[in-house]
Design a protein around this ligand. Structure first.
Ligand code: SME
Length: 151
């Protein structure tokens, strides 16, 4: 299957398990695991904005740092610049926070609620150049499924 085929088959499955009656963390947890298992990423998870910093949320993969400051690393940059950040080679990204030395490329997508960023979706790959415009487009669509959830 191509990447596009994987995303287009995964999105309805994620929509089917999203439950607006439970809190956002439960839904992030299922979303992280479905993405992680479909693509075999190295690390897939969320950081939530709490008291003006990013705090580790539901994830799949190895141990990760628990807190990230505004503007720091790829996650903090995505939050500060309010945009998806695609990093083809983490060693070339100034300030990249290495939670795992096996991570080689990364994408971070902000999660918006009413134009406010409440979290970021962070995905790491153990290979270089994993993420591109296709991932950005579909992951933004997936992240937007969390826009209606209350904290
Ligand atoms: N590499 C991220 C930190 C989080 S871990 O990848 C899970 C960053 O630079 O923000």
């Amino acid at each position: 299957m191509t990447k596009t085929e994987k995303y287009t088959s995964l999105i309805p499955q994620i929509q089917a398990v999203m439950d607006p009656k439970v809190d956002i963390i439960a839904n992030m947890a299922n979303m992280a695991t479905m993405l992680h298992e479909t693509f075999g990423f190295w690390w897939t998870g969320f950081y939530r904005v709490i008291n003006n910093e990013l705090v580790l949320g539901p994830f799949q993969g190895p141990l990760a740092c628990t807190r990230i400051a505004f503007g720091r690393g790829v996650c903090g940059t995505s939050w500060k610049e309010r945009r998806t950040v695609v990093v083809p080679d983490v060693e070339q990204f100034p300030g990249h926070i290495a939670c795992s030395s096996a991570s080689r490329s990364e994408i971070v997508v902000p999660v918006f609620q009413n134009e406010e960023i409440v979290a970021v979706l962070d995905i790491d790959s153990a290979e270089l150049n994993t993420f591109d415009e296709i991932d950005a487009r579909y992951l933004q669509e997936i992240a937007s499924l969390l826009s209606d959830f209350e904290e």
